[in-house]
Design a protein around this ligand. Structure first.
Ligand SMILES: Nc1ncnc2c1ncn2[C@@H]1O[C@H](COP(=O)(O)OP(=O)(O)OP(=O)(O)O)[C@@H](O)[C@H]1O
Length: 241
C-alpha cells in the first residue's frame, strides 16, 4: 500500500524478540508529514530497535513497519528510498570535503543526478556555507557532520527522517542550531521526523508528539503542547517507576 494519505512513518503492533529478550513489545504509532515524534526512554527501552525495524535493518518478530505507505518487509527498496537515517555519529569519509561526501552519498542513494551547485545549495540550507562545504570533514565538528546527514536526507527528497540520538555530544548552541534546521525541514518541506533521544528539554521544545518507552513498550504518548514546560521530566520519571 502507498498513497498520499498514508502516514509518513508507521509502526503497527511492532514486536522484536532477540532470543530471550523482548526488545520491542506491541508498539504502534504514526508520524504524519511535517510532524516530529520524539521517542524517550532509558537505555535498553527499545528506541534503537524501533528505528532499525523502520529502516529494514531488522526483521520484526510480529507486526509491521511502513515508510510513506510502503511496508518495510514487502517493499523494502521503496521504503528505503523514502527514508533517511542520521545516527548518533554519522560516518563520513574524513579525507573528502563536505560537498564531496554529500555527492558520494547522494550518488549511492540512487536518487537521480544533482549538480555541484545544487548540492552546495543544499549544504547552505543546513547551515554549511561555501567555505565549510569545501573543507575536508576530518576538520568538522560533530554538529557539522550531523548537518551533512540532514543534507543527505534533503538531497534524496526523503519523506521520513529517522534520527537516533542525533544531539548526543552536541554543545547547546550546536544542538539548538540542529533543532532549528530540523524544524525547518518538517514545517518547510513536510518531512516527518522520528527522533530517539535522551534530551527531554529538546524533545519538548522540538517535537509535536512525545512517546515514552520502557522495557520495549510504548508506555505513554503525549502531545508536547499539552505538557507544561518543566513537567516532562516529572512525567518521564513517573513512567520509569
Ligand atoms: N542485536 C541484538 N541482540 C540481542 N539483544 C539486543 C540486540 N539489539 C538490542 N538488544 C536488546 O534489546 C533491548 C532494546 O535495545 P535498544 O538498543 O533498542 O534500546 P535503546 O532504547 O535504543 O537504548 P539506548 O538508549 O541505550 O540506545 C535491550 O535489552 C538490548 O540489550
Amino acid at each position: 500500500m502507498s498513497g498520499t494519505d498514508s502516514p509518513a512513518i508507521a509502526a503497527r503492533a511492532l514486536s522484536k524478540q532477540f532470543g530471550g529478550v523482548r526488545a520491542l513489545d506491541d508498539v504502534s504509532f504514526e508520524v504524519q508529514s511535517g510532524a516530529i515524534l520524539a521517542l524517550l526512554g532509558a537505555n535498553g527501552a527499545g528506541k534503537s530497535t524501533t528505528v532499525h525495524l523502520l529502516l529494514g535493518l531488522l526483521t520484526p518478530s510480529s507486526g509491521s513497519a511502513a515508510i510513506a505507505g510502503h511496508d518495510v518487509q514487502i517493499e523494502l527498496a521503496a521504503a528505503r528510498r523514502a527514508a533517511a537515517y542520521v545516527p548518533d555519529r554519522l560516518s563520513l569519509y574524513p579525507h573528502l570535503t563536505g560537498l564531496e561526501n554529500l555527492g558520494y552519498f547522494h550518488r549511492v542513494s540512487g536518487q537521480g543526478e544533482r549538480t555541484t551547485a545544487e548540492l552546495a545549495a543544499i549544504l547552505a540550507q543546513v547551515g554549511l556555507g561555501a567555505a565549510e562545504a569545501r573543507r575536508r570533514t576530518e576538520t568538522y565538528s560533530k554538529g557539522m557532520c550531523q548537518k551533512v546527514g540532514l543534507a543527505i536526507a534533503l538531497a534524496k527528497n526523503a519523506k521520513a527522517l529517522l534520527l537516533d540520538e542525533p544531539l548526543s555530544g552536541l554543545d547547546p548552541k550546536a544542538a539548538n542550531e540542529f533543532c532549528a534546521i530540523l524544524r525547518e525541514l518538517t514545517r518547510g518541506k513536510g518531512i516527518a521526523v522520528l527522533m530517539a533521544t535522551h534530551d527531554l528539554f529538546r524533545a519538548h521544545e522540538l517535537a509535536d508528539d512525545i512517546g515514552i518507552m520502557r522495557g520495549g513498550r510504548l508506555v505513554s504518548k503525549l502531545r508536547a503542547r499539552d505538557v507544561a514546560a518543566g513537567r516532562l521530566e516529572a512525567i518521564y520519571l513517573e513512567q520509569m517507576q
